[in-house]
Design a protein around this ligand. Structure first.
Ligand code: ADP
Length: 823
C-alpha cells in the first residue's frame, strides 16, 4: 500500500506512536468486550482489526466505536481533534455526535446509520459537523457494524475524514466548468479535445452540429476530423498542425474548408493548444472550431469589389490620359495660330479678344498637361527615368525659369544647396524638376511680399543611396491647419476662391505627392495663414559609382591667346565704378562707351552696335533688368543678340539667377577683378558680329583669389591698388571718395527721413559697389547689411546701420587721404 506509507511519512513520529497506542487500546477493549468469543473468532477479529488499524494509521482519519447497547461511543483523540476539541472536552456519548450534526444532514445520517444497523446497507456518508469554533466542516464517514452469531448488531465502528477542502475545490471546479461551458456556448464555437496517444477525440455537441451531425452520428476519433477536410486544404492543415506539435511554430491557428453533412463546404477557423510531458512531447491537444464562412464570403466580396473599383479607376485614368493627349494636339494648333494672328496688324479690340483667346488656350493647355500627368501616374504608366545628373544644375535652372515671375512680383528668390551633397546623383532629374517647378511656382503664386527660398540638405545616407530633404519656404498667404493634408488630394484647393483669385486646378500637389511616392520619399507642409508656408519633400537618389565627373565649368580655362579688341558699352551709375571699369577695359585695349543708367544704355544701343554690354543692375530710373528686357524686345525684330553681362555687388543670393532670367548672358560680381572681367567678356568675342579692332596687348590672365582685407583696417591698400590698376587712377579715386560717398549717404538719409525703403536700398547698393573698389572691409560689410535691412523693409534696423556706415565712411576717407600711393 504505497499511499499509506506516503501519508505516514508526512506525520511526525510522536503522532504515529500516539495513534498506534490508540488502536492497541481499541483492540484491547474489543477483546475485553468479547469474553464469549471463540479463540478462532478472536484471532480473526484481531487480524481484521489489525488490517483496519494499518489502514487508518497512515490517514488523518478520526476513529469512532459505538456500543449500540449503551450508546457509549469511543471517540479517538484524533476524532475530537478534527472537531477542535481536546480529549476531555468531548464526552464519549452518541449524543455528542448527534448534537453536532448539521440541521440539514441530521435526518439523513440517522436514517443511514439505522439502515446499516438494521438492513446492513453500506454506510458511507458525507455530513457536516459543528466544530468547537462554531464553524461546520465536511466529513466523510464510513463504518460497519459487528454482529453476534445470530446476526444481531451490537457494535458499530468506523472513521471520519475531513473533506472540507475537497468539497470547496469541487465546488470551485464546478463553478469554473460552468463558466467555461457558458463562455464556449456564448462564442458559438465547437470544442475538441484530442488524446494524442490513443487517437480518441472528444467533439462537443456544438462542434458536431456545426457540420450538421447529431451527438451519436460520428465517431470520436481523429479521422472524423481529417476526412472532412477539403482536399485542397488537407495538406496545408496537416502541415500546420505538425509544425505546431513539433514545436516549430508557437501557435496553432489555421483556416480551412470543412465538409458539412449536406455536402457543402464551411469555412472553419481552428485554434488549439497542446499539453506536453516533461520531454516536451505533446500528449493532449484541445481547441475550438469557429465557423467563419460568412466572414470569408464578405472578404471575398470586398476583394472583388476593390478589384473592380481599381480596374474602373485605372480605366478612367487611361481614358483621361489618352484624351488629354489627343486634345493637346489641336490645342497646340489653336495656340500657334493665335500667336501668328497676334503678329499681324489688328485693331485694338481684335487684339484684345485674341489675347483673351490665347490666354484661355494657354490655361486650358496647362490644365490638360496636369490632367495628363496625373492620370498617367494614377494609371501606373509613369516610370522613373533614372540617370546621372547634376543637382546644382536642376535647382539653378528651376530658379532661372521661375526668376522672371518672382522678379515681376518683386520677390526675392534664393536657394541653398548643402555642400555635403555630391555634385552628381542618379535619379529622374526631369521629375525632380517638375516637383520643384510646381512647389516654387505655387510659392511665388501665393506670395505677395518677401520671398521664396529653396533649401536642399541631406536627410540620411547609405553606401549606395542618399536621401535628400528639399524645403521650399515662402512668406505668402499660408494655409489653414485643417487643409494641410487635404491640399495634396486631387482637385483640392485651400479655399473656394482660390481658382478665381490665383487660378490653378488643384492638381499640382497631387502630382507632386505621387511623384515623391515614386521616388521613395514623402511630402508635407508646415504653414500658418498670413505668415507663410514651407513645403518639404524627401526623395532618394543613387550615388554615382567610381570617380564622379565634376560638372563642366561654364567659364573657359584662363586663356593666353590674344583676343581681338571689343566695343564695350559699360552701363554704370556709380562714378567710381565707371572710372574703374572703363580704365580696366581700356588698358586691355577694348573700346569703352559709358552710360549711367538704363535709359541712356537703351539710347546707345539703338544708335550703334556693340560687341558686349556690361550692365549694372541697380540704377536709378530704368534699372539693368528693365533695360535688358527692353533690348531683348527690340532684338526680336532684328534677330540679333548682343551679349549682356550683369555687374552687381552680389546683394543677395539668387541675383545671378534673376539676371539670367531677365535675359542676360552672364554675370560679374563687384568689385570687378580684371582677370574675371576679361575672361567673361572675351569668351563672347568669337561671335561673328564683333568689329575688327586693334590687337590687344597680351596680358596673362590668372585666377586671383578674391582680396581678403585684414580685419580692423579702414581700407586695404594692396587690394585697392590691385582693383584700381595704377597709381594715377588710385589718386583720382582717393580724390573723389568724399564727394561720392556723401552723395549716396545723403540719398540714404533722405530716404530714411521719408520712410522709403526703395531709394534707401539703391543708395546702400551703390555705396556697396564703390566701397568694394576701395577695399574697405568694415564699410563694405555695413553697406551690405544696410542693403539687407532696406530690402527687408526694416527701416529701424536700417537707421542703426546707416549711422555706423556714415562713421565708418568718414574713417575710410581720412585713411585714404593720409595714404600716399607714390610710395
Ligand atoms: P493649384 O495651385 O493648381 O490650385 P495645387 O495642387 O498646386 O493646385 O495646390 C492646391 C492648393 O494648395 C492651392 O490651390 C492653394 O490653396 C494651396 N497652396 C499650395 N501651395 C501653397 C502655398 N505656397 N501657399 C499657400 N497656399 C498654397
Amino acid at each position: 500500500m504505497p499511499e499509506t506509507h506516503e501519508h505516514a511519512a508526512g506525520d511526525s513520529v510522536p503522532e504515529l506512536k500516539q495513534r498506534i497506542q490508540e488502536l492497541e487500546d481499541l483492540l484491547q477493549a474489543c477483546r475485553l468486550r468479547l469474553p464469549n468469543a471463540s479463540e478462532e473468532a478472536v484471532r480473526e477479529l484481531a487480524e481484521s482489526e489489525e488490517r483496519f488499524a494499518l489502514a487508518v494509521r497512515g490517514t488523518n482519519d478520526g476513529i469512532w466505536d459505538w456500543d449500540l447497547k449503551t450508546d457509549v461511543v469511543y471517540y479517538a483523540p484524533r476524532f475530537k481533534q478534527l472537531l477542535g476539541y481536546t480529549d476531555d472536552e468531548m464526552k464519549n456519548l452518541f449524543s455528542e455526535f448527534e448534537s453536532r450534526l448539521h440541521e440539514e444532514d441530521r435526518e439523513r445520517i440517522l436514517a443511514a446509520l439505522k439502515a446499516h444497523v438494521d438492513q446492513q446497507a453500506p454506510y458511507d456518508a458525507e455530513y457536516r459537523l459543528k466544530c468547537k469554533d462554531g464553524v461546520y466542516r465536511w466529513f466523510r464517514a464510513r463504518g460497519s457494524a459487528l454482529r453476534d452469531a445470530t446476526g444481531h448488531p451490537y457494535r458499530m465502528a468506523g472513521s471520519i475524514t475531513d473533506i472540507t477542502e475537497q468539497k470547496a475545490s469541487i465546488r470551485a471546479l464546478a463553478a469554473s466548468e460552468e463558466r467555461f461551458a457558458l463562455a464556449v456556448r456564448g462564442t458559438n464555437d465547437g470544442i475538441w479535445d484530442w488524446d494524442i496517444r490513443s487517437g480518441a477525440v472528444f467533439f462537443s455537441p456544438r462542434w458536431k452540429s456545426m457540420v450538421g451531425y447529431e451527438e451519436e452520428e460520428i465517431d470520436n476519433n481523429f479521422s472524423t476530423f481529417e476526412k472532412r477536410l477539403h482536399p485542397d486544404d488537407h495538406d496545408r492543415v496537416m502541415a500546420t498542425l505538425n509544425e505546431y506539435l513539433n514545436n516549430q511554430s508557437p501557435h496553432y491557428s489555421v483556416e480551412f474548408r470543412f465538409q458539412h453533412k449536406d455536402g457543402s463546404w464551411r469555412w472553419i477557423l481552428a485554434r488549439g493548444r497542446a499539453l506536453r510531458d516533461a520531454d516536451g512531447k505533446p500528449y493532449r491537444m484541445a481547441g475550438s472550431h469557429t465557423d467563419v464562412t460568412e466572414r470569408k464570403h464578405d472578404e471575398e466580396e470586398l476583394h472583388q469589389a476593390r478589384h473592380a473599383a481599381e480596374a474602373a479607376n485605372s480605366a478612367k485614368s487611361v481614358f483621361l490620359a489618352n484624351m488629354s493627349h489627343e486634345i493637346r494636339t489641336p490645342m497646340n494648333g489653336i495656340i500657334g495660330m493665335s500667336e501668328l494672328l497676334l503678329g499681324t496688324s489688328l485693331d485694338s479690340s481684335q487684339r484684345e479678344y485674341l489675347e483673351m483667346l490665347k490666354q484661355s488656350a494657354d490655361s486650358l493647355l496647362e490644365l490638360l498637361n496636369d490632367i495628363l500627368d496625373f492620370s498617367k501616374i494614377e494609371a501606373g504608366k509613369v516610370e522613373l527615368d533614372s540617370h546621372e545628373f547634376d543637382l546644382n544644375t536642376i535647382v539653378t535652372e528651376t530658379v532661372q525659369a521661375m526668376g522672371v515671375r518672382a522678379f515681376q512680383k518683386r520677390l526675392v528668390l534664393l536657394h541653398h544647396i548643402s555642400p555635403e551633397i555630391p555634385a552628381r546623383l542618379i535619379g529622374d532629374d526631369g521629375r525632380l524638376r517638375q516637383i520643384l517647378i510646381n512647389l516654387v511656382g505655387n510659392a511665388i503664386k501665393f506670395t505677395h511680399k518677401g520671398g521664396v527660398t529653396i533649401e536642399v540638405n541631406v536627410e540620411s545616407e547609405t553606401a549606395d543611396l542618399i536621401m535628400l530633404h528639399f524645403k521650399i519656404s515662402d512668406t505668402g498667404i499660408g494655409i489653414a491647419g485643417n487643409m494641410h493634408e487635404r491640399i495634396f488630394e486631387a482637385f483640392t484647393q485651400a479655399e473656394a476662391s482660390t481658382t478665381r483669385r490665383y487660378g490653378g486646378t488643384g492638381l499640382g500637389l497631387a502630382i507632386c505627392r505621387d511623384l515623391v511616392d515614386l521616388m521613395h520619399g514623402r511630402i508635407w507642409v508646415e504653414s500658418q495663414p498670413d505668415v507663410g508656408s514651407t513645403f518639404h519633400f524627401t526623395t532618394a537618389f543613387g550615388r554615382t559609382s567610381g570617380i564622379s565627373i565634376k560638372p563642366m565649368s561654364p567659364r573657359p580655362e584662363p586663356s593666353v591667346t590674344v583676343p581681338a579688341a571689343m566695343k564695350v558699352l559699360v552701363v554704370e551709375d556709380g562714378h567710381v565704378n565707371q572710372l574703374v571699369s572703363s580704365r580696366m577695359l581700356q588698358k586691355r585695349g577694348h573700346l569703352v562707351t559709358l552710360a549711367s543708367n538704363g535709359q541712356e544704355a537703351l539710347d546707345f544701343f539703338k544708335s550703334e552696335p556693340f560687341d558686349i554690354i556690361l550692365m549694372d543692375v541697380q540704377m536709378p530710373g530704368m534699372n539693368g533688368l528693365e533695360a535688358t528686357a527692353a533690348i531683348r524686345v527690340i532684338e526680336q525684330d532684328t534677330g540679333r543678340h548682343v551679349p549682356i553681362v550683369a555687374m552687381t555687388a552680389n546683394a543677395m543670393k539668387g541675383d545671378r539667377e534673376l539676371c539670367l532670367a531677365a535675359g542676360m548672358d552672364d554675370y560679374l560680381a563687384k568689385p570687378l577683378r580684371s582677370a574675371e572681367v576679361f575672361q567673361t567678356i572675351e569668351k563672347f568675342s568669337h561671335s561673328p558680329q564683333h568689329s575688327e579692332g586693334a590687337q590687344l596687348s597680351p596680358t596673362l590672365l590668372e585666377s586671383v583669389p578674391p582680396p581678403q582685407p585684414p580685419a580692423g583696417v579702414a581700407f586695404d591698400a594692396t587690394a585697392f591698388r590691385e582693383s584700381a590698376g595704377d597709381d594715377k587712377l588710385m589718386r583720382k579715386l582717393i580724390a573723389i571718395f568724399p564727394e561720392d560717398t556723401q552723395k549716396y549717404l545723403r540719398k540714404a538719409e533722405k530716404a530714411l527721413a521719408t520712410d522709403k525703403a526703395r531709394p534707401l536700398y539703391e543708395a546702400a547698393h551703390s555705396l556697396k559697389g564703390m566701397l568694394g573698389i576701395y577695399a574697405a572691409p568694415k564699410a563694405l560689410r555695413l553697406a551690405s547689411e544696410l542693403c539687407e535691412y532696406a530690402h527687408a523693409g526694416d527701416l529701424k534696423g536700417a537707421q542703426f546701420m546707416f549711422e555706423q556706415l556714415k562713421k565708418e565712411c568718414t574713417l575710410v576717407g581720412e585713411a585714404l587721404t593720409s595714404y600716399d600711393p607714390v610710395i
